[in-house]
Design a protein around this ligand. Structure first.
Ligand code: DOR
Length: 431
């Protein structure tokens, strides 16, 4: 790692300091040591590495608060090493892996294992999410305090809902004591059981069992009600329906402590992507309708939805080769998230400042991790992206073991040039 690095001529967007303009950033020993707007710093010396970011956006490193790294237990799908490298390629400098590993991350030993392994082999910062219940079975609370002490930053049974309302109530009460978020995978299993795609005309015509939108809405409503009586910090994962957006909007207006995320596939793709029984478009919650996309975009625009997270869910090729009913749910998302999200700026749904807030600052604040800023003396976690450059998303382009995305072979716009973590520079296209 060079001692000093100077990033020059880039368009710096840092919502944490209200910065949106051309400037330079000086990195020394892995830390940001200067941020100079316009020509304040002409800079540079032969002892520095200079990165010319002309025409590119220079952003605080992206933070993914919802990802699946699969290790321990499902290393054929992804490992901490391959997953964190794929994240880096997607511009993420920090991520939070969900606990649905094998064994489940429901105790301090697994939490510590993930942190240690990520420290040894990881390419970006990793902050694990512990399970709410033992084995994610939904019946008995896991040792949340011990996992918290070991480094877990939030709790979730993601992949499965906590169906038992009393257990969810207790989890939210506990979260208040620890002051950490409880992340709700909102799905009423009695309504969704056996479903494999959105319930509607397309599911009927394909002869596939549907998952109604109300399966999500009901649990969002329940969890908001529980957050209200407990005062716990509730975060709704992967919002996919207009109903959820409206419930969260109203809860926020009432002052309930609720935050929410959606994922790029929920504002980019509809259930049409499933046509042809494309298992790469099988995801939970399922891809919905164009009305839902409109509502999600409005929720992002008006601040109802705080965060864009990937829900990066890599699966092995052979698993996705199964028939639609039996293939696992999930879309590989690290390496497409920023391109898809930049579309929101191109469509005038979000300003650049708002986009970066949702991809970096807000997830850092919700998870209380020290990322999401370009302030002097913070770690040099920086993403540099050319927002106009186009590329074809091929299997070869995707570094993650999971090539399972319905966007394969599409042309995407917005290419990451550099991801810098703690001053360590990863150049996506070596000169
Ligand atoms: O599609 C999904 N895949 N949704 C989830 O909630 C879990 C995830 C996984 O772990 O594969």
């Amino acid at each position: 790692m060079p001692e000093k690095v100077l990033i020059i001529k880039g368009h710096i967007v840092d919502p944490s300091q209200g910065i949106d303009g051309i400037g330079s950033i000086l990195i020394e020993k892995g830390m940001i040591k200067g941020l100079f707007l316009s020509n304040e710093f002409e800079g540079g010396s032969i002892h520095m590495r200079i990165i010319d970011a002309k025409g590119a956006l220079v952003l605080p490193g992206l933070v993914d608060m919802h990802a699946h790294l699969r290790e321990p237990g499902y290393e054929h799908k992804e490992t901490i090493q391959t997953g964190t490298f794929a994240a880096l390629r997607g511009g993420f400098t920090a991520l939070c892996p969900m606990p649905n590993t094998n064994p489940v991350n429901d105790n301090a030993t697994v939490t510590s294992f993930i942190i240690r392994k990520a420290f040894q082999e990881g390419y970006c910062k990793v902050y694990p999410i512990g399970a709410i219940t033992k084995g994610q079975k939904g019946t008995e609370l896991a040792e949340m305090a011990l996992m918290y002490e070991a480094g877990a930053v939030a709790f979730s049974d993601d992949g499965r809902p906590v169906m038992n309302s009393l257990v969810m109530r207790r989890a939210l009460e506990y979260s208040k004591v620890l002051d950490v978020p409880i992340i709700s995978h909102a799905e009423d299993l009695t309504l969704s059981e056996g479903g494999v795609m959105n319930e509607g005309i397309i599911s009927s015509s394909l002869g596939l069992r549907g998952i109604p939108r109300v399966a999500e809405d009901i649990m969002v409503a329940r969890d908001i009600a529980l957050a209200k009586i407990t005062g716990g910090r509730l975060h709704i994962a992967h919002v996919s329906t207009s109903g959820s957006v409206e419930l969260i909007r109203r809860a926020k207006q009432e002052g309930v402590k609720v935050t929410a995320e959606t994922c790029p596939h929920y504002f980019t793709l509809t259930e049409d992507a499933v046509l042809g029984y494309n298992t790469n478009a099988k995801v939970n919650p399922p891809l919905r309708t164009s009305e839902d996309i409109l509502a999600i975009k409005e929720g992002l625009r008006d601040g109802t939805i705080d965060v864009i997270a990937t829900d990066h869910a890599p699966h092995h090729r052979d698993e996705k080769m199964l028939d639609f009913d039996n293939a696992p749910f999930g879309i590989s998302g690290f390496e497409t998230a920023l391109s898809l999200s930049l579309e929101l700026v191109r469509e005038d749904v979000l300003t650049l400042n708002d986009l970066v807030t949702k991809l970096s600052l807000n997830p850092s604040n919700i998870m209380r991790i020290s990322s999401g800023t370009l302030k002097v003396d913070s770690d040099a976690d920086i993403t540099i992206v050319d927002p106009h450059r186009k590329y074809k998303l091929t299997e070869e382009y995707i570094y993650s073991k999971g090539k399972n995305t319905p966007l394969l072979n599409n042309e995407l716009t917005g290419k990451i040039l550099y991801t810098i973590t703690k001053g360590r520079i990863y150049c996506h296209e070596p000169a």
